[in-house]
Write a protein that binds this ligand. Sequence first.
Ligand code: CUA
Length: 250
Amino acid sequence: MLEKKILIAASIFAVALFGVIALSVRLFGIDLPTCLTDVRPFKDAKVIEQGPKRYEIHYVAGMWKFEPADVTMPPGSTADVYVASADVTHGLQIVGTNVNLEVVPGSVNFARVKFDQPGDYLVVCNEYCGMQHHNMAAHIHVSDKGVAPAILPAAAAAQSSGSDLVAKYACTACHSLDGSPMTGPTFKGLYGSKRILADGMSVTADEAYLIESIDKPVAKVVKGFDPVMPPMPIPPNEVRQIVEYLETLK
Ligand code: CUA
């Protein structure tokens, strides 16, 4: 009998609560929160030239692209980078610079960067955001003449060394080279070391392990790290070069 009363009381409270919400939406025009991309400056993906060599880039990050996808500016330019999300949490890292922003729904994040070196700078998402996370990228071309030399993404696979490939695939967005843990384990001293896995087993990080971990990253996840690395679509010859490079990082 008591349960029945409590149940009825709870139902009345629930109905009253939703009634109050509905009423406040009606009477006071109060809106329920959304991802908030229909409001300036959230919705504007654009480049603004503020003056000679002064730019503002307003990025909108969404599954799974950055807009604007291509930005060109002359060497020596300073760019104010603003970024908002159209959906979930993303990351915005400009490889080869200090810019590394969290892209949080409902807020705008900011960084200032000066591009002294001409080149093609890769902008990557470094926060796992779903199936096509690894393809989420944009470019900033720093060049006088429109066509910039590709300094970071390797132009021809045949010529790229392992370290170029590590930059090209933005491995260092999650793996440090100096021993500090990031989203993933550091590359330093990785080769030949003993790895304790999430399931308590241990393996030696030999060549086979490294190849498998690039191919099927969640197969053997190291204890203390989340299984968030997407499978990397890297051709076998490039995987080999990357592994050879990792072996040199003592
Ligand atoms: Cu967006 Cu990962």
